[in-house]
Design a protein around this ligand. Structure first.
Ligand SMILES: Cc1cc2nc3c(=O)[nH]c(=O)nc-3n(C[C@H](O)[C@H](O)[C@H](O)COP(=O)(O)OP(=O)(O)OC[C@H]3O[C@@H](n4cnc5c(N)ncnc54)[C@H](O)[C@@H]3O)c2cc1C
Length: 417
């Protein structure tokens, strides 16, 4: 637990420097330092389901450890399991974390997406019941948004939830659900009214994946990774108290989650700094004798600068969200910036290593190959780059909406393949 002996008298918050020391000694006790880690070229994904699950469970255990020692939910209200500190404390903790090898997993992403959304749209009862379990990793959440016929145009989604007294009966399919096979709960979008335009009539449910009628089937990607699932729901009973926000009014809740997701992917998430790829690129340049190459050096500096900018923008966004305000930078901008830098890092890794990296079989080459192919994780997941540009144009630049012919007609009348 954070030692609160150096509290300021007024509100019980520890002094910032005292908090930094407490954080540092907690992290030293519980995590290996980065340079002590023997897995410097570890892949950012798993090709074996059992390994993927172990990694996920490690993420949940780490979250639990954070929670038990008072380092989870630093800026969340104390009545909901947080510490009630201001955003500076989160910044200090993130700085300290940079030195350590962190067991990262989807847990951090979904806390970033759902936590602030629950605070904004949840009832007091929902916040009291769900936030402590979210912050402690006791519940693990996934995002049940995308469907075979609804990705970028998410509002066309067809999963149905029909009202039956004080409950709903859900039928439908979700796809590309990261980590569903390891999670206990899902943020589920379902259509509750098909007779109004597509953005209306959607309800956001806090969904129990253990409910009878839920079938989670893992999907494997071309690179062998086993992180996705498709989820089928047949006559699943969902109680009224699972609705977040209002029935038929789920779209503003969705937008909050997607905005939080874009800023998480952009690097500002959940108190955990994104792993600096630049350090690996510099190491690679040294190992391949390219550290003196002026063109490589120039690109390394460009990549480093962008990585730092992304990190600063991400920290600003997270601070503003946690302080209850709108994001300080449009999260779509951050996500686009991150995606562009991932493309640069893949190209740079290949420029340093040359074609041999494609045929050599060792952990470093596997990392290089993953860096090259893994850029799509960023340019598609959490909304494609084209969609993020549309968001920027409409939200930040105030340009006219993209023309569509189905925005005003009832969802039921939209032609579907
Ligand atoms: C790593 C990863 C993790 C994911 N995790 C999840 C998850 O946990 N939960 C979940 O629900 N989903 C998840 N997804 C799915 C993701 O949200 C969708 O793949 C994404 O929204 C795009 O939808 P789509 O694949 O159906 O492509 P489509 O929407 O069919 O798009 C196809 C192409 O058309 C372009 N396009 C579409 N509309 C426009 C437009 N209006 N203007 C310009 N271009 C356009 C797109 O940019 C894209 O290039 C994940 C995807 C990835 C890659």
């Amino acid at each position: 637990m954070v030692d609160d002996r150096s509290q300021s008298a007024e509100d019980g918050t520890p002094d910032l420097e005292h908090f930094r020391e407490a954080a540092r000694s907690f992290l030293r006790e519980h995590l290996p330092l980065k340079q002590e880690s023997d897995d410097q070229w570890a892949l950012p994904f798993f090709t074996d389901v059992a390994e993927a699950e172990q990694h996920f469970l490690r993420g949940r255990r780490w979250q639990k450890t954070l929670y038990e020692h008072g380092f989870a939910g630093l800026t969340y209200p104390s009545e909901f399991g947080g510490r009630g500190f201001d955003a500076r404390y989160e910044g200090v903790f993130r700085d300290e974390l940079l030195l350590f090898d962190i067991p990262r997993a989807l847990v951090a992403a979904t806390i970033s997406m759902l936590g602030p959304t629950l605070l904004k749209f949840g009832t007091d009862e929902q916040c009291r019941r769900l936030l402590p379990r979210l912050l402690s990793g006791d519940d693990a959440w996934c995002q049940l948004f995308s469907e075979p016929g609804a990705g970028s145009d998410l509002a066309t989604l067809a999963c149905r939830a029909e009202r039956d007294g004080d409950r709903f009966i859900v039928n439908g399919q979700k796809v590309w659900t990261s980590g569903a096979q390891f999670c206990t709960h899902g943020m589920l979008l379902a259509r509750t009214n098909p007779d109004v335009p597509k953005h209306k009539g959607i309800t956001f449910f806090l969904f129990d994946l253990g409910s009878p009628g839920v079938d989670v089937r893992p999907l494997f990607q071309a690179n062998g990774s086993a992180d996705f699932s498709e989820v089928f729901m047949t006559d699943v009973v969902v109680p009224m108290e699972a609705v977040l926000g209002s029935v038929d009014e789920g779209w503003p809740v969705v937008r909050a989650v997607l905005s939080n997701e874009a800023s998480f992917i952009g690097g500002g998430g959940a108190g955990e700094p994104s792993e600096p790829t630049n350090e690996k690129l510099v190491r690679l340049a040294r190992e391949f004798g390219k550290a003196e190459d002026p063109v490589i050096r120039q690109d390394l500096v460009r990549h480093f600068s962008r990585e730092r900018l992304v990190s600063v923008m991400g920290a600003r966004i997270q601070a503003s969200i946690r302080n209850g305000g709108p994001p300080a930078v449009d999260p779509s901008l951050l996500k686009l910036f991150t995606t562009a830098n991932r493309v640069l890092s893949g190209d740079l890794a290949m420029a340093i290593a040359g074609p041999s990296a494609m045929i050599t079989v060792d952990t470093r080459s596997e990392w290089l190959q993953a860096e090259l192919t893994g850029r799509y994780v960023f340019s598609i997941g959490g909304g494609t780059s084209e969609v993020q540009r549309n968001n920027l144009a409409e939200r930040s630049l105030g340009l006219p909406r993209e023309p569509t012919n189905d925005r005003a007609i009832p969802w039921r009348k939209i032609p579907r393949g």
